[in-house]
Write a protein that binds this ligand. Structure first.
Ligand code: F3S
Length: 412
């Protein structure tokens, strides 16, 4: 039985299902009933199921979507079939998460032909749906208007979600691949979780009594994520204002070692909602705590070095190029970035690659099967440190950017 209610000046329809919690507009209900075709019906079904599970009252329009479930390593044959089966076109700007290989230079990565063929099929399936074929976890580095303060989004990749929520001040849950694609094809997501002020209140005050720089932010995030898990930390930092790349590293590490999707940094990020009080728990961390992370995951013994987790910005490529200029690497050194960043900076890519290092696009050390041939990698990323052992079966050490370059040059 359908019930019509007037909510906020619009007509909404509550479906006669249990639990009866979510309202759909007439247009949404038409999609749900299959009047706009089978793919929109299936996608709406996913959104409504999630909304019902999490107690969403309604759907909300999203400005952009970032879709996980791209690497063939992660989604396999079943995922490829599921995506290939869909029809229609996305209705909001939608971008992909990193794939399992550089889409152009996969042979140089050591990726096999069979995998490459499957990966290309996945990319083509997304292309057919109108998804922009940029495979990156840092869409905010390449598309300025993709997210703004207060915008609702449906992004998937955990570091991108953290950056969007925390640094940009947008609102997104961490979507799975199917729910992100559903949001892309419908243009909406269920209104729950981090879309609502009540879930954006700080849970932990984190006092950091040390001046941090570069990879220290990854180490800090690695530590804090383990402690606060899915909490919302509010940091008070000392020293210079963290850069966008340092905030990116902090959020990425907390999302990987814990499942932090939102954090605040006093006088740096957008503020918590006005209803926020004092967090219930306080953590005090200092230089000793950060140094313990490095000591626990030492730089030595790595066969290869991987930078660019999350994907390198232009500023990071400038630093790496400066450290490598005129030198030759002794170990494999991968630098992962978005293709558009590499294409916009050919001179930096040339300097880096003259050293023997490789700038790989569209992929990363965690989602590519090519990493699995190494027993141990060195990285400057707290997120890669957390994920390499579990997801790629590769031991990991943590070092500063300079330590990582030194190790690649055979000085470490
Ligand atoms: Fe991005 Fe891969 Fe790291 S998706 S955040 S580079 S694990």
């Amino acid at each position: 039985m359908l019930l019509c209610n007037a909510v906020a000046g619009k007509e909404f329809i509550a479906r006669g299902r249990k639990p009866l919690i979510m309202y759909l507009s007439r247009e949404e209900e038409a999609i749900y009933q299959g009047e706009r075709g089978e793919t929109p019906r299936r996608m709406m079904e996913i959104l409504v199921a999630l909304g019902d599970i999490y107690g969403a009252e309604k759907l909300v329009a999203v400005k952009s979507v970032q879709i996980a479930g791209v690497s063939y390593k992660n989604i396999g044959e079943a995922g490829l079939e599921w995506i290939s089966d869909l029809q229609g076109q996305v209705v909001v700007p939608s971008i992909l998460n990193p794939a399992g290989m550089d889409l152009c230079r996969w042979q140089e990565m050591g990726v096999g032909e069979d995998f490459a063929q499957k990966q290309q099929q996945i990319i083509e399936a997304y292309r057919k749906l109108g998804v922009i074929i940029d495979c990156t976890c840092t869409p905010y580095q390449i598309y300025e208007g993709i997210a703004g303060l207060g915008d609702h989004l449906a992004w998937s990749e955990s570091s991108a979600v953290s950056y969007a929520n925390s640094v940009i001040g947008a609102r997104t849950n961490r979507e799975g691949g199917p729910s992100a694609l559903a949001a892309a094809l419908v243009g909406k997501t269920a209104l729950y979780g981090y879309h609502l002020d009540e879930n954006r209140l700080p849970t932990h005050l984190v006092e950091v009594e040390a001046e941090l720089q570069g990879s220290d932010y990854g180490a800090l995030g690695f530590l804090v994520g383990r402690i606060v898990k899915d909490g919302v930390p509010f940091f008070r930092l000392q020293g210079p204002r963290p850069s966008a790349d340092e905030l990116k590293a902090l959020g990425a590490a907390m999302a990987a070692s814990g499942s932090v999707a939102l954090y605040y940094v006093k006088e740096v990020t957008p503020r918590p909602p006005p209803s926020a009080g004092q967090p219930e728990e306080t953590l005090n961390l200092g230089r000793k705590d950060i140094d313990e992370v490095y000591a626990q995951y030492p730089a030595g013994g790595a066969e290869a070095v991987a930078l660019g987790c999350p994907h390198c910005s232009m500023e990071e490529l400038v630093k790496i190029a400066g450290l490598l200029q005129g030198r030759k690497v002794q170990k494999e050194l991968w630098i992962c970035t978005a293709r558009k960043i590499a294409q916009a900076n050919p001179h930096l890519v040339a300097v880096i690659e003259e050293s023997g290092a490789r700038v790989f696009c569209d992929t990363c050390m965690v989602v590519s099967p090519a990493t699995e041939r190494f027993a141990r990698m060195l990285t400057s990323s707290g997120k890669a440190l957390a994920y390499l052992p579990g997801l790629a079966g590769v031991g990991a050490g943590l070092g500063s950017l300079e330590d990582c370059i030194d190790a690649a040059l055979g000085r470490g």
